[in-house]
Design a protein around this ligand. Structure first.
Ligand code: TGC
Ligand code: FAD
Length: 388
């Protein structure tokens, strides 16, 4: 395949700062050199490339848009372009970084005590400690407010009982942010690997995100010290605030998967000869390529504007929902069109297409399903909630 040079039809690069361009190029080269050569193998084996974690830490990508505690303090747009480049490698790599930064470091940073921040954040920024985020339960996915995991106040400890499911990084995590009801109110707790009564068995049998670790979290009379509660937030807005951060990253990340598929499609269409001509010379194929570029370009403008709004503190949850749902939707459609352009070859692991397509099926569902985001927008438009 030809060297990947990015997709920038509307010259968005002119609006990125030097720092944003530098980090984007650093991650782009790293993905080309260290991720793409190994990822199909990990995907086939169904395991996560753990050896990448120290380098991700060294590059300062974990919690990169947080400040202090040895975090890089980059802009939200920088975080976005990082997610974009990582997901061109594989959604699993972006997922690992999203969960670590947006879903585990962010709640400690936003809602934790000074002691908690000092204890966990520097190690997490370096990738020495890995975190996960336990919100979803076997019977509560789109409606996390119905969660059944409970915490009970017992002297100098809290005792947790319940189960979480579909938890990215769960089995490899050193700590988990676990959302549970204490006296009927949702609270965030920090559970550490090795806490008695806590286990995190890996879930197997996935056809999607195969290079990502997905786990159950099980709490059976799991006793944790009182100083492991996140004191500064209660209610569903705690976990939902974290989701704003991660959904924002996905709005960018999904574009990376789409760009990878587009790049492969252009290359393939120019070299594949049928009816004695490159298939790129046929109008129907050009129509598909033009449509891909159109949707990627619109998605980029949306993500960029959202990022600058987030940098100014002006990105609302509904704006983030629109970004996540639109960009994942078009990325999934682009991956399917790309598979079509590659013909039978499109199903081979020689090309990244089916891997991206299968991954994007999960991305379409996690962090709020496509239709949950439709309903969030429907509520914003009409003032009427249609969830129940
Ligand atoms: P609702 O009445 O809307 O809100 C309850 C309270 O939360 C506040 N709130 C938010 N706060 C911050 N950010 C947001 N986006 C917020 N949305 C709502 C709201 O103001 C209210 O606060 P207060 O103070 O009045 O109590 O709640 P609801 O029960 O009607 O639920 C709304 C709904 C359905 C939209 C929400 O439950 C939802 O988003 N469901 C989807 C669940 C979801 O996205 N789960 C994701 C799990 S984590 C994951 O998938 C990680 S994948 C990681 C990877 O590998 O990359
Ligand atoms: P359901 O809620 O059962 O939804 C099924 C279908 O019903 C969907 O089409 C949905 O849109 C529709 N639906 C539901 N409610 C309504 C409604 N009111 N109106 C109309 N349609 C509706 N969770 C975590 O907490 N942490 C993680 O790290 C994490 N990682 C994940 C990794 C992977 C690979 C996957 C696949 C999931 C992960 N999740 C994680 C869970 C994810 O957030 C949930 O799968 C998601 O929120 C949807 O929940 P559900 O799968 O139970 O689907």
């Amino acid at each position: 395949m030809s060297k990947y040079e990015g997709v920038d039809f509307y010259n968005l690069d002119q609006h990125l700062t030097e720092e944003e361009l530098m980090v984007r190029d650093l991650v782009r080269d790293w993905v080309d050199e260290e991720v793409l050569p190994i990822i199909e193998d990990y995907y086939t084996k169904g395991t996560f490339p753990l050896e990448l974690i120290p380098k991700i830490g060294e590059m300062g990508l974990f919690g990169c848009n947080l400040s202090g505690y040895e975090c890089a303090g980059l802009s939200n747009v920088a975080y976005g372009v990082i997610c974009q480049e990582l997901e061109r490698g594989d959604s699993a790599i972006r997922s690992c970084v999203s969960v670590q930064g947006s879903l585990t470091m962010y709640p400690i940073h936003a809602f934790g005590t000074e002691e908690q921040k000092n204890k966990y954040l520097p190690g997490m920024a370096k990738g020495e400690l890995i975190g996960c985020f336990g919100l979803t339960e076997p019977d509560h996915g789109s409606d996390p407010g119905g969660m059944e995991t409970k915490a009970v106040d017992d002297g100098d400890s809290y005792v947790l009982n319940g189960a979480k499911m579909w938890i990215t990084n769960g089995t490899i995590a050193d700590l988990a942010i676990v959302w549970a009801k204490l006296d009927g109110k949702i609270r965030g707790f920090i559970v550490e690997k090795g806490d008695k009564g806590f286990s995190a068995p890996e879930m197997k049998g996935k056809h999607s995100l195969r290079a990502s670790i997905t786990s159950e979290l099980v709490f059976q009379d799991c006793r944790i010290p009182k100083d492991r509660i996140l004191p500064e937030v209660q209610g569903l807005k705690g976990p939902l605030s974290c989701l704003n951060q991660a959904r924002f990253g996905i709005a960018w990340g999904s574009l990376g998967a789409a760009m990878g598929c587009f790049h492969s499609s252009v290359d393939y269409a120019k070299s594949r000869i049928m009816f004695k001509k490159p298939i790129a010379s046929f109008q129907l194929v050009q129509n598909k390529l033009a449509w891909m570029l159109r949707e990627i370009t619109k998605g980029q403008l949306l993500a960029y504007h959202l990022g600058r709004a987030k940098d100014k503190g002006e990105a609302t949850p509904e704006m983030i929902s629109l970004g996540k749902m639109n960009n994942v939707d078009i990325a999934l459609q682009i991956s399917r069109t790309s598979r079509d352009i590659h013909g039978a070859n499109g199903i081979l692991n020689e090309y990244p297409i089916m891997r991206h397509m299968a991954n994007l099926e999960s991305v379409y569902t996690y962090e709020g399903t496509h239709d949950i985001h439709n309903l969030i927008l429907g509520r914003w438009i009409t003032g009427l909630q249609a969830f129940e």
